[in-house]
Design a protein around this ligand. Sequence first.
Ligand code: GLY
Ligand code: MN
Ligand code: MN
Length: 442
Amino acid sequence: MNAAKTSQDLIALYRRHVEIATRRAASALEKTGFDAVVLHAGRIQHRSPFDDMDWPFVPVPMFTYYTPLRWPDSAVVVTKTGAVLWAVEASGFWERPAAPDWSLIRAGLQTNVVPGLDRVKGSLPQGKIAFIGHERAAAADLGIAADDVNPGPLVEALEDARVEKTPYEIEVMAAASRRAARGHRAAAEAFMANERSELRIHLAYLRASDQDDAETPYKGIVALGEDAAVLHHNIYVDRPRAGSLLIDAGARYNGYASDITRTYVDDRAGDAEAFRALVEGLDRLQQATIEDITIGLNYESLHDGCHLKLGALMAETGLVTCSAEAAAEQGITRAFFPHGLGHSLGVQVHDVSCRKREPKPENPFLRHTAAITAGQVFTIEPGLYFIDALLADLKAKPAGDSVRWSAVETLQPFGGIRIEDNVYVRPEGGTRNLTREAFAAA
Ligand code: GLY
Ligand code: MN
Ligand code: MN
């Protein structure tokens, strides 16, 4: 399939993105004592050494940061003064990689289409050259020393440079949210029309978001009823009597990811009213947490604040008999919401450089422990689940006495709730919720 033509506005933003990325890379090179870096796209990987089947090709993220091209063995060579794309065109007749939109790529990067990486070797700049990628053999082919493959300080500096998103990245991530929102709408409609096969809901999502499974940024989570208590449930089964659907599914646009979760209730199910009150409460709590976002605040404080809000919701809805503060402090909310509030998002679903220090012991799975800074994009994804093992532990502790277990039992068949949006921190203050605006447009 040919890539869709890109608008002139997006092309202009892309050109600017490459300029910004290259300027940031120049200072990373300067700081770490390199003159240039080869960002290698990678090569196709076998699924197993005992078989000749391959994984679908996904380029190395640092390469995708510069270009949406998905041609194996290609490379972007970045010096302190510019970046050049070497697009390696496959010559075999078994496969042909996706045709890119050259009008976009050539507008941002000087581009040479070549038959093999050996053409790059003779054109490498002078000086000390680093290589970033998983294909060490390609580095050797280019004559780059093994010690200069993925050098830690340079990788870290280049990853740090990806935290503040450029206007181009915001636009492609907004497009990735719009693509996913179309799929989410179709999945919700299928559920409301009584579909109770997780596989068929997943297929409805893929069809409406116009993507093959292998193109999605992560394996879609489609959980009916009790399956929502398995946080990454993706072994699809049928649940004919389920009264709820949790769907966590994303999409890509020009290599960038969206990561979105919604939870739906079927009002015809028994006890649906109590579960709906929780879903609506969690939705309000999620939006209130987004309103708390300010530049300079530590993301972990946002996470802790969200636990207090969850304690309040649990008290309001009769799940606990104690105060919000007690529910958060005594670990009750953490038994119901065991994962992190969210994570940085970009080329990678769990994007880089926002967990450079460990979280506090009570937040072991939190993936963002940095200060919130201008230009970040991250998810806000609170949840509330009925997970047997965690609830059994809680029940055995004194804090468990504050839980109304009869209310928990009633809600257990619904599995759980997660609501996840992708949020941009505007440099001028405030946020842009890429996901809510996408749903409004879908
Ligand atoms: N879908 C993976 C996550 O929410 O982090
Ligand atoms: Mn997420
Ligand atoms: Mn998700």
